[in-house]
Ligand binder design. Structure first.
Ligand code: ADP
Length: 342
């Protein structure tokens, strides 16, 4: 039976070095949750603590209602899929998948039935007698998945499971993984540094930086309403304009915006390249085109206004004429598309 995971005020360090600081989050039963952050942000450490490889210095971890904080890995029912797959090279695919069940001393017939079902689920029934070296990377990945799913874990933990595959296969496998998770109703926690992968696969994402949670939310929430500069820039391209708010008006270097709520003080306006439109120089804040790239569906412009550089994507329509480099254009700003960060 699959269960949710609760992490309450967890801190952890290696010696004097703090790796996780006061991390709290809830993963709902049946949810696909991702830990996203740059390398070294503490994602794998947090996943390993859930699996039982290490004990937090503070805080608690619950799987369902059960406090597992002090329990060893084998007495939690968390199944982990490793980046390296960690398959036994001398064993057949079927033996690899059966391994966890044999260790649990299940009856032979049960093992055979469950292994067959797991291999069927990942589409490898025809490969049961091969050894890992006789399989492609994607197939090895599936064996690793089958081996974990076969033990019917309460939570499935995945540590960058697709990072050893080429780009095309990675995209295929992530949608397979997602549909398998849906079909089985599994609670899954997925570690990745790739924001596109997290956006594509996860119901919700926790963004980590330097061992702290920066924000938790659905992919579109994080993209549209980033809580801070880190989240804004880590999830896609963001334009950040630094300035001050006074009496409801934001004033930056050559850029103003009215109707900004909240207290006065230093602030930053954040928006995506597609959140601003370009018109004639008279139509809005003036800026100069410094570079442009035709990307097919959009034309990406680099613009300069005073000392500020910004990136704007304009949808490309058939036969439309792009603005020239060095042209003066006007920025047409919709205040509803602007995020105020403090
Ligand atoms: P991520 O998965 O986000 O790349 P990790 O959780 O692997 O990050 O690592 C977080 C931090 O902990 C890094 O600074 C890393 O160098 C450090 N770290 C990881 N494992 C160990 C270890 N066994 N001993 C000491 N420091 C470690």
């Amino acid at each position: 039976m699959t269960r949710g995971v609760t992490i309450e005020h967890v801190s952890f360090g290696y010696g004097a070095t703090a790796v996780l600081e006061d991390v709290s989050l809830d993963v709902a039963q049946g949810e696909f949750f991702a830990f996203l952050g740059p390398s070294g942000s503490g994602k794998t450490t947090l996943l390993r603590l859930i699996a039982g490889f290490g004990t937090p210095s503070r805080g608690r971890i619950l799987i369902g209602e059960r406090d597992v904080t002090g329990l060893p890995p084998w007495s939690r029912s968390a199944g982990m899929v490793f980046q390296s797959y960690a398959l036994w090279p001398h064993m057949t695919v079927a033996k690899n998948v059966a391994f966890g069940l044999e260790r649990r001393k299940l009856p032979r017939a049960d093992i055979a039935r469950r292994v067959a079902a797991a291999l069927d689920l990942v589409g490898l029934s025809a490969y049961a007698d091969r050894r890992p070296a006789q399989l492609s990377g994607g197939q090895q990945q599936r064996v690793a998945l089958a081996r974990t799913i076969v033990i019917e874990p309460e939570v499935l933990l995945l540590d960058e499971p697709l990072s050893n595959l080429d780009a095309k296969l990675r995209v295929e496998m992530r949608s397979e993984l997602k549909s398998l998770q849906r079909k089985l109703g599994l609670t899954a926690i997925y570690v990745t540094h790739d924001q596109e992968e997290a956006n594509a696969i996860a119901d919700r994402i926790a963004v980590l930086d330097q061992g702290r949670i920066q924000q938790i939310g659905a992919p579109t929430e994080l993209y549209d309403h980033p809580a801070n500069r880190f989240v804004a820039t880590f999830l896609g391209t963001a334009n950040l304009i630094e300035g001050r708010i006074a009496n409801g008006r934001f004033v930056g270097d050559n850029f103003q915006l009215d109707g900004v709520g909240g207290p006065d003080g230093p602030a930053c306006i954040s928006f995506r390249p597609q959140d601003i439109a370009l018109g004639s120089a008279a139509s809005g804040t003036a800026a100069t085109v410094t570079a442009r790239e035709f990307l097919g569906s959009v034309v990406r412009y680099e613009l300069a206004m005073s000392n500020q550089r910004i990136t704007v994507d304009v949808p490309h329509r058939r036969d439309s004429e792009p603005h020239a480099v060095d042209a003066l254009v006007g920025l047409i700003v919709d205040p509803k598309q602007m995020t105020v960060l403090r």
